[in-house]
Design a protein around this ligand. Structure first.
Ligand SMILES: [Zn+2]
Length: 433
């Protein structure tokens, strides 16, 4: 399969996009039927003749693929021999055991094109210099993708890695990047560091931030508490981007900040309810993807576990494809807490908004009768009764139920957040059975 490196259909009409996707879908089905042990078996077991699947609507006749399939039969998704594999990426393993996603040379070119389009969408140009505040190691696909996409634009790159605010600021002042790529809660830490050390952030050269891994917006596209905290202190423009290793494709916001733009030449996207039916615009559904143009490990109707909403009216930027909201939650992380349903992102938003809290980790576990319990490990501004009272009262008021709270020191929080892969801080520990 070839990679569509020169043709960007994002401004085409809906009809043209559908026709392009349906053609690519048929190529994908023929390719899977020939090369994928997992999908060959799936087609046979479900009496699916791929010649009958012609339209996007026909796709519904194919059963979905779930993360457990990838975990238990990882190698059966591989469509090429090991001699064709260049890069072994892996998922972060936040939910269960990590999955290997192997990429061929063509897949790496596709990945490059994907982030090239993403950064162009986020107002990137050859004049930009990006400081990457993330790892390029540890089998982290996104780091590699950002690097190669930015390189294709012809912009400058500073590979600084995650953490260490003092080094980040030294480098910003010395090399004068125009943009940063970082986790939003780390951007907030950068601001705190600058304030403590009398660095005038608004006279720095940084004018925009590509925000990865955490939400900066509510589902109506307004900035959430973390997004507001950042932009209140620092006059920079925020662009959210959402991706996963399995889909090898990103949804990135344009300058209008109205959701992540779908790249239709790289992905077919469906948002499904619990019965695998497409939901309406503005309704929460599980992001379900079919990769287009992937050679090593293509996926067909793969349920990502991420719950989002979508919007399908054309964007002010002229792009016609659908836009995804920030992640409402991961399906498996849904907390059924004393009669209410809660997803970690909304809990994080609440904790981020409390002045008394410097940092936190939320832990969920099953109690003796199998119900979900929430324990918050909180690093407070100071350990006083007054601080404790305010935190508990605020939690009670906003959640209407009281989670357990324990106060921890700075070192303990660091240990909890970075103990696993070191790729990004873990703010959520799931110990449920
Ligand atoms: Zn747009």
């Amino acid at each position: 399969m070839t990679t569509p490196l020169t043709h960007t259909p994002i401004y085409q009409s809906r009809e043209e996009i559908v026709a392009m996707q349906e053609q690519k879908l048929q190529q994908l089905l023929a390719y899977l039927n020939q090369n994928s042990p997992f999908y060959k078996e799936l087609f046979a077991a479900n009496n699916i003749d791929i010649a009958d699947i012609k339209t996007l609507d026909d796709l519904k006749r194919i059963p979905t693929t779930v993360k457990e399939d990838l975990q238990t039969r990882n190698d059966d998704f591989m469509c090429v021999g090991r001699d064709k594999i260049i890069e072994y990426s892996s998922t972060s393993g936040t939910l269960g055991s990590p999955v290997t996603i192997a990429l061929t040379e063509n897949d790496l070119q596709r990945l490059t094109y994907n982030e090239y389009s993403s950064f162009i969408c986020a107002d990137g140009s050859p004049d930009d210099v990006y400081q990457l505040m993330l790892t390029l190691d540890r089998q982290f696909m996104a780091g590699l993708a950002y690097y190669s996409g930015i390189r294709m634009i012809g912009a400058g790159i500073i590979r600084l890695g995650p953490g260490v605010p003092s080094l980040q600021w030294d480098t910003i002042l010395r090399l004068k990047p125009t943009a940063i790529v970082a986790v939003p809660s780390f951007i907030h830490k950068l601001i705190q560091y600058a304030t403590e050390h009398h660095i005038d952030i608004n006279s720095s050269t940084v004018k925009k931030a590509i925000c990865i891994g955490e939400n900066i917006r509510n589902t109506d596209f307004s900035l959430n508490i973390l997004g507001k905290k950042i932009t209140d202190a620092w006059d920079i423009k925020l662009y959210s981007t959402y991706a996963s290793t399995e889909m090898q494709t990103a949804f990135t916001e344009c300058g209008h900040g109205k959701g992540g733009h779908h790249q239709p030449e790289l992905l077919i996207v469906e948002l499904l309810d619990e019965h695998n039916q497409q939901v309406a615009p503005g309704e929460p559904g599980e992001v379900t993807i079919t990769t287009l143009g992937v050679e090593g490990m293509p996926l067909l109707r793969y349920k990502t576990g991420d719950i989002c909403q979508y919007y399908d009216e054309p964007c002010e930027c002229g792009r016609t494809t659908l836009r995804l909201s920030s992640i409402i939650g991961r399906k498996k992380q849904m907390i059924k807490f004393k009669g209410t349903t809660l997803y970690p992102p909304s809990l994080f938003d609440l904790l981020n908004g409390m002045e008394e809290i410097l940092d936190f980790v939320a832990e969920v576990y099953s109690n003796e009768i199998g119900m979900d319990e929430v324990l918050l490990h909180i690093l407070p501004i100071n350990y006083t009764d007054e601080c404790d009272r305010k935190i508990r009262a605020n939690l009670q008021a906003r959640l209407r139920v009281s989670p357990y709270v324990t106060y921890v020191q700075y070192d303990e929080i660091q240990k909890m957040q970075y103990k696993e892969s070191g790729r990004k801080p873990f703010k959520f520990i799931d110990r449920r059975k």
